[in-house]
Ligand binder design. Structure first.
Ligand SMILES: Cc1cc2nc3c(=O)[nH]c(=O)nc-3n(C[C@H](O)[C@H](O)[C@H](O)COP(=O)(O)OP(=O)(O)OC[C@H]3O[C@@H](n4cnc5c(N)ncnc54)[C@H](O)[C@@H]3O)c2cc1C
Length: 419
């Protein structure tokens, strides 16, 4: 399998895609008033409709995996093909020419949890989960944040106590994206309260259907509910589901967080893609504001920032695809993406005025409300803007280390933030 030339691999991929998906029509010209005017940051579907979408996405992944395109760079032992990243890129370029179902449900499981299992999991965990995750037989989520531990993740209080060959986990997590359709979750829990806060943590893979796991939806201001509170009430986890050594959970968490930023960067840095900006230009024309010098100036500003951040993301993604670890570039990409989201949101609000909040039935106007309400969430997810600035300040610009916000131990034990 490993000896295939890239040309033969591309032929094979094309044959698979031709047989299983429709080719995209040439990029349709955007026409004001035609088709859907939805512009969202977070899905607002009810949970039943969302589950149906996840099932369709899983079916596509299974098909792709069975044909040898589900984990192109992964180890053959777990169903991968162990091919270089150039093959993965070639496949993704080809797949982008076809209509395939949205794969967002796997961003966390495959983008963050699976690489952590590969790096820190026991043989049992790798055997049990990797193939099934890449085939989408199971979906994974990330259970790090708690009501009192977000940016300062090392303050988390969920505890895991050893009981023979098992661990017993009790505590509460929050903001868990996709817990409602996940089968397993990566949990970081406190295993030794006597150690400094970031030294007494351990990572685990938890069965989300196990007794004692309770998932409760959280309602967002957009109307959707992508997140959950997750309660662990004496949930039993076998020791072979531990990630890494006991009390080495901080390193496990860092592996996941580095991959998180890479996954967010790969998503284009938020704030919408080209289509979103095409829509905004057409909206300006439609509202008769295209000859207003102030509007033109702001629109140009918006587009320049979006283009520059796209180039920067490309640079960071090329580095990752060349096999290097995601670095502080991902924080720049994330920060630039959320700033662009805010610029877009502010521009749209200014240009639309009351049409943004009062639905007059006019196509392509009130619909922007969902984007405006969803944008602030992007500033927090995966590390807030302030935390991203700290990382850029310290690791790119070489400024002195942030002292963090820790009222109990300020200046003594500098907290290691989610950064
Ligand atoms: C869309 C979305 C999806 C998410 N998905 C998940 C998920 O799947 N799994 C998961 O575990 N978590 C998830 N989260 C949670 C997310 O990681 C946390 O919300 C984030 O880390 C911030 O933590 P916090 O909400 O506790 O805010 P805090 O950490 O309490 O921060 C409050 C404010 O203080 C600022 N602040 C904190 N520390 C510093 C500092 N040192 N310097 C300067 N300013 C600081 C922050 O920037 C922020 O403005 C998600 C969040 C969102 C919005």
């Amino acid at each position: 399998m490993g000896d295939i030339t890239i040309e033969a691999f591309e032929d094979e991929a094309r044959r698979f895609l031709d047989a299983n998906a429709a080719r995209k029509e040439a990029e349709r010209k955007f026409v004001w008033g035609e088709g859907s005017d939805r512009v969202v940051v977070f899905e607002e579907k009810d949970r039943e409709a969302e589950l149906a979408d996840v099932r369709t996405a899983c079916e596509w992944r299974a098909k792709k995996f069975d044909a040898g395109f589900g984990w192109i760079g992964g180890p053959t032992q777990y169903g991968g093909r162990a091919l270089p990243s150039s093959y993965e890129r070639a496949y993704l370029r080809l797949e982008a020419q076809y209509e395939v179902t949205n794969q967002n449900a796997f961003t966390i499981g495959l983008g963050m949890v699976a690489p952590t299992i590969l790096a820190h999991g026991s043989d049992v965990a790798k055997e049990s989960y990797l193939r099934r995750m890449y085939r989408a037989d199971i979906v994974g989520c990330q259970l790090f944040s708690e009501p009192g531990a977000g940016s300062d993740l090392a303050s988390l209080q969920t505890k895991a106590e050893r009981d023979g060959d098992e661990w017993v986990i009790t505590g509460q997590k929050v903001w868990t994206t996709g817990a409602q359709y996940s089968d397993i979750g990566e949990v970081i829990a406190r295993t030794d309260v006597s150690l400094p806060k970031h030294k007494g943590l351990t990572g685990f893979i938890v069965d989300m259907h196990a007794p004692g796991v309770e998932v409760r939806p959280l309602r967002q201001m957009t109307g959707g509910s992508s997140f959950n509170e997750v309660f662990f009430n004496e949930v039993r986890v076998p020791d072979d589901h531990r990630l890494g050594d006991v009390n080495n959970g901080w390193n496990v968490a860092l592996t996941t967080l580095m991959n998180e930023r890479a996954a967010i960067g790969a998503g284009g840095g938020g704030g919408g893609g080209v289509n979103m900006y095409t829509r905004v230009i057409e909206m300006v024309r439609h509202l008769g504001l295209d000859s207003d010098p102030l509007v033109r100036n702001e629109l140009a500003n918006l587009l320049i920032h979006q283009r520059v951040s796209g180039y920067n993301n490309q640079r960071a993604m090329d580095k990752i695809k060349a096999g290097q670890l995601p670095g502080p570039e991902m924080s720049i990409a994330k920060l630039a993406g959320t700033l662009n989201g805010q610029r877009l949101s502010a521009f749209v609000s200014k240009v639309l005025g009351p049409k943004l909040i009062a639905d007059g039935g006019e196509w392509g106007t009130y619909a922007w409300g969902a984007l405006v309400l969803g944008t602030p969430g992007g500033r927090i997810a995966g590390g807030s803007d302030e935390i991203m600035r700290n990382i850029v300040g310290e690791r790119v610009l070489g400024l002195p280390k942030d002292m963090g916000i820790d009222s109990k131990s300020a200046f003594k034990d500098l907290p290691v933030s989610r950064a």
